[in-house]
Design a protein around this ligand. Sequence first.
Ligand SMILES: Cc1cc2nc3c(=O)[nH]c(=O)nc-3n(C[C@H](O)[C@H](O)[C@H](O)COP(=O)(O)O)c2cc1C
Length: 363
Amino acid sequence: LSETYFAPRVTLDDFEAAALTALPKSAFEYLAGGSGYDVTLRRNRSAFDNVEILPRILTDVSSLTTKVFFFGREHRFPVLMAPTAFHRLFHLNGEAETIRGVNQTGTTLVASSFSTTSFEDMQAASTRPLWFQVYVHPDRGFTRELVERVVAAGAEAICVTVDLPTNAARDREARAGFEVPPGMSRVNLERLSANAAHALHSSENGLYNSVRAANVTWSDIEKLRSYLRIPLLLKGVLRAQDAITAQKVGCEGVIVSNHGGRALDGVPATFRVLPEIADHVGDTLVVMCDGGIRRGTDVLKALASGAQAVFIGRPYLYGLAVDGASGVTRVIEILYAEFAMAMGLSGCASIAEINATLLLKRY
Ligand SMILES: Cc1cc2nc3c(=O)[nH]c(=O)nc-3n(C[C@H](O)[C@H](O)[C@H](O)COP(=O)(O)O)c2cc1C
């Protein structure tokens, strides 16, 4: 381990630097990388830096609260943990370790359908109801079975990810020779039909992925909506028109996301398209956003641009890789403290006071 590993970790970026030395190269590249030239990955971050905050002065922030309420539950602050696959790549105990860390923070984790621990075991270990992320699988009957299974186990919302109908050019992980190690599998999908089963244990490089369907359309979303009794969020929305259609087919929320720059390279930063989407559907849908959130000020800017909450993906995995559950906790607590400071320093005592007038100009 290099000096970086032992240096004090003050920001989320410090955890990324430490993860680089703590993880094997192939696992780090899988985690940190985007797709193509990483243009979208970089833009997700720089978009936040391009927008300035105009603080309100003399507003009395002595009893500041970061609490928010959506989907029938109070959240300590408007940050959730995005669904991410294969936590056992980053820690021997995998998702169980992540959940121990998240439990300390009072935040909500979205379990990935590609987790290395079953949803039932994850929910049993979690002190809060989890959300679940699903892809539409080639076998629609299996998709329904899976979703009904996680709802029975206590899932409180479903995020259906729609931005990866085919595989993406994950050049960095390919160059590093990344493969899912033998013995590590997507246990939630084990009952998937036999012709897809071989794919559970290997990474794939072609155009199609035998686990995720390529022929997913709006009628699949309508179908999901028709049998689900809990909120459904569409994850991977970048166009206002698609958010409007999501609303028409009955979704309760949209997640403005480009898969953390891991799907199509060259698409805009999520922060850049967020305002227009929020303008169109923000009154009727819960609008959320992820991609490149690394600072409390990023959370503030996203909320000022119309998001009700945001997600972080890579940062809590860096925490997991570097220091297990306590690393996960620390990453979330740093972001919490930074966000509270950003609110206070910009003159906001409550989430309701965060609005577009807080930004010099919207993106
Ligand atoms: C290692 C890794 C695995 C991911 N796995 C999934 C997944 O299984 N399902 C999904 O919908 N998104 C997945 N994502 C995307 C995240 O949910 C999220 O959109 C993205 O990480 C947010 O950007 P950020 O990492 O810059 O915070 C993954 C991202 C990473 C980094």
